[in-house]
Design a protein around this ligand. Sequence first.
Ligand code: AMP
Length: 121
Amino acid sequence: MTYDNNNIFAKILRNEIPCKKIYEDEFVLSFYDINPQKKIHALVIPKGKYVDLDDFANNASIDEIAGLIKGINLVAKKLNISVDTGKGYRVLANISEHGGQEVPHLHFHLFGGESVGKMVQ
Ligand code: AMP
């Protein structure tokens, strides 16, 4: 799938629409999900144009990959849900059709602030 420059997260990255920002560095942007499914529901997205995790694994640089994984951990610490500062959380990435992905820019969901229940419903 080619990257759609008009997807909603691309617009957030270009500051064309607002978000409730949690964290930003050269590799990632993190903001609260507009429709939270748990007490804490954050999103972490790479700044690069990647459709999904497969695209990212195939095409991102090692620095971008490291930056995204580090970014998830930094956001979890900031939200006090990491094992260092809180009680843990769930990370989830939906990928393409069977994964139920709606926004075609790679994103990781972070769920926490309460027990998040069984893995798959
Ligand atoms: P997915 O199904 O994994 O593609 O998830 C897309 C997520 O993006 C959903 O949880 C939406 O609630 C969330 N979302 C859509 N638009 C926005 C927005 N403008 N700001 C924050 N989150 C959004």
